[in-house]
Design a protein around this ligand. Sequence first.
Ligand code: COI
Length: 367
Amino acid sequence: MSASPPPFALRPNLSPLPVNEREMVMQDPGFGDVFTDHMVQIRWIEEQGWHDPAVVPYQPLTVDPASFFIHYGQSIFEGLKAYAHDDGGIYAFRPEQNARRFQRSAQRLAMAQLPEDLFLESLKVLVTQDRGWVPNDAEKSLYLRPFMFATEVGLGVKPSDEYLYLLIASPAGPYFKGGLKPVTVWLCEDFVRAAPGGTGEAKCAGNYAASLLAQAEAIDNDCDQVVWLDASEHRWVEEMGGMNLYFVYGEGANARLVTPALTGSLLPGVTRDSLLRLAADLGYEVEEGKINVDDWRKSAESGELTEVFACGTAAVITPVGHVKGRTGNWSMNAGAAGPITQQLREALLGIQTGTMPDEHNWMTRLA
Ligand code: COI
């Protein structure tokens, strides 16, 4: 049996945001714009391992200009949400999955791995300390952002032998303003996000950096997000960078859902994984498969493909209404949110916010 995580020191913020200002901010927090009064920090060095876990005031960092992460990009993160339930508890959705993916990302980037119990304990201590920042309304939550980067100083290229783990938290509304308003996506045909053998399935900062030029192209073309295709043939749909994708064929009880299979270059999303089970619970046929971009267009035009939606922690479930690309544009469900997208969204949010039974024991009480 592993020893329980070491106790976290508490260095409280002596000038937290006054309650009335906090409440004002939380009425319309946006996404990732405001942060709570505290953060967690834990350091790792080779000789000591993980040590001195602490809850400290949220504050700017002082970093050496020659820190490894700045130059060579050893930097990973996670994203998960905490919800206030009617029983007075604060809960997270499958946080152990984030802990394990954080370890896999660390392993891929040759970084130290944070033990799962220390990851979970960090969520608990921060949410306990900043409990007043957890929104109560259905469309809001406290977004938790654990991250870790290499702090060794020097310019030699090698895995760092020092890391800093931080956890910050931000009250958040919907990632896409407008809730169920369908998004328009830009089919990226010029660049690739991740190649076989690369870092596509790690949640590392570099993957997001590599996506930004295409995201700028998407915005220039009046699109909300980029859809990435595979690196070898540029035909197989992978994901949207910050979200996974689901395709719905047919209607009603006969509908069949397909999500691109994990090839090693897609991020294995916790929401994606949960929907494989939730869709089956609701009686739908659901599978992991391969979606060819030409078939996407043809099946949308023929009406066989009835709905497409994006899913992720930040986005929850967001309908995809239109696709734009250099070789043409098309729509799903005449650009409107489809019934299965809405049904799954309600089922998932019901579990997360505690208004529906949690049959898979997915929720973990943090505070
Ligand atoms: C999340 O859904 O938590 C993400 O990491 C997506 C994005 C905001 C980077």
